[in-house]
Design a protein around this ligand. Structure first.
Ligand code: PEP
Length: 253
């Protein structure tokens, strides 16, 4: 027993109007049966956060933002700050998702600034790392993960690190239907945990939840969650339908 509470997170990306988002979260609230021994998080688009927060007022489902700026306010047109997300009732923010790195110029440095800014307002990050297909084929997976961890966690102390959640998301598996095998995922997760133990200490490493993301579906979640270092899932496509995300949350041990 790892003692880590599994965390199952839905990343809705740029999907759903406010009404659609509220309808989906209400369906999840009715359908999920395993709230006692696992944590469930949804990350709606910014426009739906306030209404989804109201719909979740009496629910154990927790709320996450999909991104943020590192400044708390200022002349940054189109950006959203950590305090704004805090006030909306978020507990987490996804940081460094590969789509942000790939399409919007997110770097290890900007990821680090965001993680530190979120900690300032007591918000946890779901900090995403992962290699591209070329990097994997070139045998560089573990080097890439080490570099992203080093850059993203620069300047954090042990207490701050204890508030984070990590997500290993191989870029080649996101939205492609190609899931990492349980062995590939376990190898990466064990490497990440070992890296955290060296960078911080064993207590931080053993406490840290490391989620797997990349085409998690109802038919592969059980074998992924059976791996000793996989502590949850960050789910894109399969989180857009209540039935499939409910089955993912209710994974069988
Ligand atoms: C993601 O976007 O974090 C993700 C893992 O997407 P998908 O489940 O669709 O691969």
């Amino acid at each position: 027993m790892s003692g880590r509470t599994p965390l199952m997170a839905a990343n809705w990306k740029m999907h759903f109007t406010v009404d659609e988002a509220v309808a989906l979260v209400e369906e999840l609230n009715r359908g999920i049966t395993r709230f006692d021994d696992r944590e469930v998080v949804v990350a709606p688009p910014f426009t739906a956060l306030a209404e989804v927060a109201s719909a979740l007022a009496d629910s154990p489902i927790r709320l996450a933002g999909q991104n943020c700026h590192w400044e708390s306010q200022g002349a940054y047109t189109g950006e959203i700050s950590p305090p704004m997300l805090r006030h909306l009732g978020c507990d987490y923010v996804i940081v460094g998702h590969s789509e942000r790195r790939q399409y919007f110029g997110e770097t290890d440095e900007s990821v680090n600034r965001k993680i530190l800014a979120l900690l300032e307002v007591d918000l946890g990050s779901i900090f995403c790392i992962g290699e591209t297909l070329e990097e994997r084929q070139a045998g560089k997976t573990l080097d890439v993960l080490a570099k992203q961890l080093r850059g993203g966690l620069e300047g954090l102390d042990e207490e701050q690190a204890g508030k984070l959640v990590l997500a290993y998301e191989p870029v080649w598996a996101i939205g492609t239907g190609h899931t990492a095998s349980p062995e590939q995922a376990q190898e990466a997760h064990a490497f990440v945990r070992d890296n955290l133990a060296k960078r911080f200490n064993n207590a931080v490493a053993n406490h840290m939840r490391i989620l797997y993301g990349g085409s998690v579906k109802p038919d592969n979640v059980d074998e992924l969650m059976a791996q000793p270092d996989i502590d949850g899932a960050l789910v894109g496509g399969a989180s857009l339908k209540a039935a499939s995300f409910t089955r993912i949350v209710d994974f069988e041990e």
